[in-house]
Write a protein that binds this ligand. Structure first.
Ligand code: PEP
Ligand code: MN
Length: 264
């Protein structure tokens, strides 16, 4: 279903009226790794909106490597995301980790994100196929492009064709970066499927200094959008501070990407 044989036009996923991923416009999804408290999410949502982001991200259920790390605010976090949406108008992207939470998360989210660690959670993928909401499917840290597209097929074959792929880095022998951002996946996915693809240079590199250059490279490679972590005080973030941009750095990145977009 994801291949060009099945559908010869590019898929454009409508998030809310006027926001379409996979169309002419490049969309930037920005916000903190996790929703931490009201002040944090509202202030960062206003900052990213002012800088030109068109969707807000923020995790309420967090897939942390350690069970002792902050796990997310859960339903409280979802309510704060809904408040941020009311105050900024930005549609909300948030992660669904477990099929048991799907009714709850779907009630608040405009876009459901499947995290890298869940890319092959086939029961979750099948359930997402029954939901009428766009899904961002992150690439598993050790998934081939074929496995990733087959994961998209799970959602599509269960009835939901609104799938957006997200390259977020894969595990290689390199340890300088958190993951190795595989930008060659962008033209590969474009060749193999009609689905839109976005790039997450924050998780892809793990280093905020690399986010701007890799965002530029992602757009040059043909990505339909970006997902970027932004925090008003990254050094105090409860997760992923080292890869989070300050609002000031994010504004600078958006200025630069706007001039790049005109050149492309
Ligand atoms: C995230 O986007 O918050 C996240 C946990 O990303 P990934 O699933 O790509 O690690
Ligand atoms: Mn994160």
């Amino acid at each position: 279903l994801a291949g060009w044989d099945f559908k010869p036009e590019e898929t454009v996923v409508e998030i809310v009226p006027g926001v379409e991923i996979g169309g002419k416009q490049v969309h930037v999804i920005a916000g903190p790794c996790a929703v931490e408290n009201e002040e944090q999410i509202i202030s960062v949502a206003k900052e990213v909106k002012a800088a030109g982001a068109t969707l807000l991200r923020g995790g309420a259920f967090k897939p942390r490597s350690s069970p002792y790390s902050f796990q997310g605010l859960e339903e409280t976090g979802l309510k704060l995301l809904a408040q941020a949406r009311r105050e900024t108008g930005l549609p909300v992207v948030t992660e669904i980790m477990d099929v048991r939470n799907l009714p709850l998360v779907a009630e608040y989210a405009d876009v459901l994100q499947v995290g890298a660690r869940n890319m092959q959670n086939f029961f979750l993928l099948k359930e997402l196929g029954q939901v009428d909401k766009p899904v961002i499917l992150k690439r598993g840290p050790s998934a081939t492009i074929e496995e990733w597209i087959l994961a998209a097929e799970y959602i599509m074959s269960a009835g939901n064709h609104k799938v957006i792929l997200c390259e977020r880095g894969i595990r290689t022998f390199e340890t300088y970066t958190r993951n190795t951002l595989d930008l060659s996946a962008v033209p590969a996915v474009k060749h193999l499927t009609h689905l839109p693809i976005i790039v997450d240079p924050s998780h892809g590199t793990g280093k905020w200094r690399m986010v701007q250059p890799m965002s530029r490279a992602a757009l040059a490679a043909g990505a339909d959008g970006l997902m970027v972590e932004v925090h008003c005080s990254p050094e105090e973030a409860l997760s992923d501070g080292q890869q989070s941009l300050t609002p000031e750095n994010f504004r600078e990145m958006m200025r630069e990407l706007n001039s790049l977009a005109q050149a492309l």
